[in-house]
Design a protein around this ligand. Structure first.
Ligand code: TMP
Length: 211
């Protein structure tokens, strides 16, 4: 069986890291082997790019430079990590993927959505997520969870973060089969239970017998 790519998306402070951790533990308990990874920063090159992109007082990064750096990170990540793990049959839990670029650089920065779509195609070589969860948290609530040590993107004004949120709402309204919205304002355990419920069905559909 080839693996499955499960992506977690959303605005700042939605609890992706916590949910990925909880889900990994739960799947491991069921004897399912899981790889966790993230964008930006899922490869050695990506770690360097992540540092460059997110360093707080970085003035040389324009919107189009930012877009291309995220695309470079993604191309390396798909080639070096995602394809390898998926062809080894792993379930891959990935913190952010193509929808982040649409939401942040497209809706947030106002860059051309067609161009972003083409760039995502180049970076991924057409590799699509099997399932994407949007951990939907109110923008103010999410940002208040990230009050200390904000990175360059987190330091953007509230209007930027609202545009990103609007972008996610738009992306997830287009497809409700492989794109699932989860209310992330709830307690992390409640959010985890909801994700479990959805994933149980998906895993059965995908032929995982031990579930
Ligand atoms: P993280 O802190 O959730 O790991 O995400 C890093 C930041 O990078 C976050 O503010 C979202 C942003 N980002 C983009 O703007 N575009 C992208 O394509 C990706 C992957 C992340």
């Amino acid at each position: 069986m080839s693996g499955k790519l499960i992506v977690f998306e959303g605005c700042e402070g939605g609890g992706k890291t916590t949910q990925i951790h909880l889900l990994k533990e739960w799947l491991n308990q069921k004897g399912i082997s899981v790889t966790t990874t993230k964008e930006p920063g899922g490869t050695p090159l990506g770690q360097k790019l992540r540092h460059l992109i997110l360093a707080p007082k970085q003035e040389l990064i324009t919107a189009s430079v930012e877009l291309l750096l995220y695309a470079a990170d993604r191309a390396a990540h798909v080639e070096q990590v995602l394809r390898k793990e998926l062809s080894a049959g792993k379930i891959v839990l990935c913190d952010r993927y193509v929808d982040s670029t649409v939401a942040y650089q497209g809706y947030g920065r106002g860059l051309d959505l067609n161009l972003i779509s083409q760039l995502n195609q180049i970076a991924t070589g057409g590799l699509q997520a099997d399932l994407t969860f949007w951990l939907d948290v109110d923008v103010e609530v999410g940002l208040s969870r990230k009050r200390l040590n904000r990175d360059r993107l987190e330091q953007e004004d509230i209007a930027f973060h609202r545009r990103v949120h609007f972008g996610y709402a738009h992306i997830f309204a287009q497809d409700n089969k492989s794109h699932i919205r989860i209310d992330a304002n709830n307690h992390p355990e409640t959010v985890h239970k909801e994700i479990q419920k959805i994933l149980l069905l998906k895993l059965q559909q995908w032929g995982y017998k031990q579930i």
